[in-house]
Design a protein around this ligand. Structure first.
Ligand code: UT7
Length: 319
């Protein structure tokens, strides 16, 4: 059957940066609180007219350029997003058109902050089995539009951005395995309980989060699913060259790395500069570490995510 392998990465961040000090002047918060509780110092926020597909197209073009792949070669596009441009068509179909891709399948995956891990897992199956020859997987979000900017418990945490990878078939890993999980009974601890009906917004269109409950769950499930991925493939934490986790909170990242016995210098973190960009956070971090030369051919890399649903999962791969 074979494997799939990432052959190019790309990312994009909107120009505007909002620092903790900017927020201090608008709401009852402090740089000291945000940094000590989360590790976040700043986040990027999309311009008014900038849509998820605009961020996605910039990241995708960079990934395709890095992979040396043109629009005619892409036969599968998966966009992981919680903030689609519109109800339909899917952001993946909009991206397909913007990229000038004319064949294959395009669809969105909705697993909130685990979305990229879910999307990459689906694409892996298509490419490893030969059903797709060349897949584009994008995590893209304008999460800032789901925030009540007067709610200090949520608005300080998130940012906007996009990251992308191109996958091709390979005879050797590539992706060793992916492991996905969800527990719908925990939907209430992190949600946007709003929707469109009869021409109006029904419910609450802003993020609601029980922060401590999400924190506890995240530390537990990220540890469990890293053990699962490593044991499934006969590895242990110290074997990892790089750990690229979802970027929500530095305390969650550090606690998970410590449990796995992965030294801090082998953990890729962007949360300080990006905040939590939901489905974009893992591919943004991955692209950063690939482009600055930290991730090298032959390295063992673990990607992990956790988010609304609740959902969580992992992808273990050889670069
Ligand atoms: O991407 C999906 C995954 N999401 C996450 O992983 C988020 C997980 N949760 C967290 O990261 C943390 O729970 C938070 C960073 C959201 C909150 O940190 P915490 O240490 O759990 O704080 P808390 O919610 O227990 O709140 C502690 C205090 C409260 O005040 P009182 O009730 O003790 O007087 C809050 O009102 O901190 C207060 N607080 C703030 N103070 C200043 C909450 N937000 C802020 C704020 N600035 N922005």
């Amino acid at each position: 059957m074979g494997y799939s392998k990432i052959i190019g990465t790309g990312s994009y961040l909107p120009e505007r940066v909002v620092t903790n000090c900017d927020l201090e002047s608008r709401i009852d918060t402090s740089d000291e609180w945000i940094v000590s509780r989360t590790g976040i110092e700043a986040r990027h926020v999309a311009a008014d007219g900038e849509l998820t597909s605009d961020l996605a197209v910039a990241a995708a073009r960079r990934a395709m350029e890095a992979a040396g792949v043109g629009p005619d070669e892409i036969d599968l596009i998966i966009v992981a997003t919680t903030t689609p441009d519109m109800v339909f068509p899917s952001t993946a179909c909009i991206l397909q058109s913007k990229l000038g891709v004319t064949g294959g399948a395009a669809f969105d995956v909705q697993a909130v902050c685990t979305g990229f891990i879910y999307g990459l897992s689906v694409a892996d199956k298509f490419v490893a089995t030969g059903q797709s020859k060349c897949a584009l997987v994008v995590g893209a979000e304008v999460f800032s539009r789901l925030l009540d900017w007067n709610d200090r418990k949520t608005c300080v945490l998130f940012g906007d951005g996009a990251g992308a990878v191109v996958l091709k078939h390979a005879e050797a890993p590539g992706i060793y395995s992916t492991h996905l999980h969800s527990d719908g009974n925990l939907g209430h601890i992190l949600r946007v309980a709003g929707g469109i009906a009869h021409g109006q917004v029904r419910g609450n269109p802003f993020v609601e989060m029980d922060g401590p409950a999400v924190f506890k769950l995240a530390v537990r499930v990220l540890d469990e699913c890293s053990r699962e991925a490593l044991a499934h493939n006969g590895f242990e934490g110290p074997d990892l060259d790089w750990f690229v986790p979802h970027q929500a909170n530095l305390r969650i990242i550090n606690a998970t790395a410590d449990k796995m016995r992965v030294p801090r210098e082998r953990v890729v973190t962007t949360v300080a500069r990006h905040g939590n960009t939901s489905a974009a956070s893992v591919p943004l971090a991955l692209d950063g570490a690939v482009r600055d030369g930290r991730i090298q051919p032959g390295h063992l890399v673990l990607l992990e995510g956790v988010g609304g649903g609740m959902t969580w999962g992992s992808v273990l791969l050889r670069w």
